[in-house]
Design a protein around this ligand. Structure first.
Ligand SMILES: [Zn+2]
Length: 202
């Protein structure tokens, strides 16, 4: 499994490009200008088949339509996130430069898995930042969206956010057995063990 990261869009959202040995690729969240992403995909001869969305905020879905159209990707999102994905007021796109919505192809719930080539992504429902926020685990990688950041966690003051819920979600991540490389929705990558030791919200 190979992981590349592009920070793009108005608030520097991490877009992850996760590929197996055959080049079959999942794209996790995407905002802003997708052209650097398209170049990377072309240069490495990758075949994107899925877009996995950690949640529905504007800065994670802004480039979904373009990427989906270009590659014919299947868009996967949380069943409990539909209100955020489909309401521009709730996902804040209405106030940040233009209404954006996403209609996913596949809705997933806690415990589901998504197969992308040789890679199996395990779905964790981790509400709090939004009501349907997800984390995805694949091998030793944890894609944590805006639930867990290096030294911090996602805000809960936007619509469908809930402080009590994100605390429970972080407790749950903390209790996962073993260690993971953590790839958050914003900021640098970290490890779960480093966050267990030093993240004040954990
Ligand atoms: Zn967010």
């Amino acid at each position: 499994m190979k992981i590349a990261c592009y920070a793009s869009g108005s608030v520097g959202t991490n877009c992850y490009v996760v590929s197996d040995d055959a080049g079959i690729t999942a794209i996790i969240d995407c905002d802003g200008d997708p052209n650097p992403l398209f170049s990377y995909i072309a240069q490495n001869n990758l075949k994107p088949t899925h877009i996995l969305l950690t949640h529905g905020h504007f800065d994670h879905i802004g480039a979904v339509a373009e990427v989906r159209e270009r590659y014919g990707c299947t868009v996967v999102a949380g069943a409990k996130e539909m209100r955020v994905l489909t309401d521009p007021a709730v996902n804040c796109s209405l106030y940040t430069g233009g209404a954006v919505t996403v209609q996913p192809d596949v809705l997933v719930n806690e415990g589901d898995t998504v197969q992308v080539g040789q890679m199996t992504f395990q779905v964790l429902l981790t509400p709090g930042h939004t009501e349907g926020s997800l984390c995805f685990i694949c091998d030793n990688a944890l894609f944590s969206g805006d639930t867990l950041f290096q030294g911090s966690c996602g805000r809960t003051d936007l619509e469908t956010g809930d402080w009590g819920e994100i605390m429970e979600s972080l407790k749950r991540l903390k209790a996962l057995p073993g260690d993971y490389h953590v790839y958050p929705g914003h900021g640098p990558a970290t490890t779960l063990e480093a966050e267990r030791r030093s993240n004040p919200y954990m």
